[in-house]
Design a protein around this ligand. Structure first.
Ligand code: SF4
Length: 176
């Protein structure tokens, strides 16, 4: 379904993956290096994907305020609109899953988690998760800092509440 949507909108599978990554990943990892990691591709390939998206007006490059040498990739409003279109495509799958009885939905969830875990262990997929179950997450470590009440020990920096709900490639499960 995504491939068909990509065909209609002239987006390659890598470009679709990149757009979804930029929508949901923690801003600190939305760089060419982060994209390369996400796509399991070389830096040059990821840079090419970013160039193509930039030429289509879906993404722009912006130096990081704290370190001008790091270039962030940001979705433009056109890019955000494109992501919404991509997600609409997946609604039919959501509806199909929701139509299953609860017991089947739970079995499907367990089976999917188990498959993903095995594929992760074998190195075929990289799982991106949110902060709340991460070993590096220190909840309310800065209670007086409204801009960053939590702390990430991996990057050793405060975390905004909103960022804790984004996907992060540096996530390490509390249970691992
Ligand atoms: S390393 Fe863990 S705590 Fe830090 S941003 Fe990523 S998921 Fe959150």
């Amino acid at each position: 379904m995504l491939r068909l949507r990509g065909k209609a909108t002239q987006l390659s599978p890598a470009q679709i993956q990149a757009l979804l990554f930029l929508q949901y990943a923690r801003p600190g990892v939305c760089t060419i290096g982060g994209l390369a990691k996400r796509l399991s591709a070389t830096y040059a390939t990821a840079s090419g994907v970013a160039d193509a998206l930039e030429n289509k007006g879906l993404v722009k490059r912006k130096p990081l305020a704290e370190d001008q040498r790091i270039i962030k990739l940001i979705l433009t409003s056109k890019g955000i609109h494109e992501v919404e279109g991509l997600e609409d495509v997946l609604k039919d799958i959501e509806v199909a899953v929701e139509s299953l009885p609860q017991v089947d939905q739970q079995a499907l969830l367990r089976a999917t988690q188990s498959m993903v875990r095995q594929l992760q262990d074998a190195g075929h997929v990289q799982v991106y998760e949110m902060c709340w179950n991460c070993q590096f997450f220190q909840r309310e470590a800065h209670p007086n800092d409204a801009q960053g009440p939590h702390h990430c020990a991996f990057v050793d920096a405060p975390l905004r509440e909103a960022y804790t709900y984004l996907e992060c490639p540096d996530f390490v499960s509390l249970n691992s």
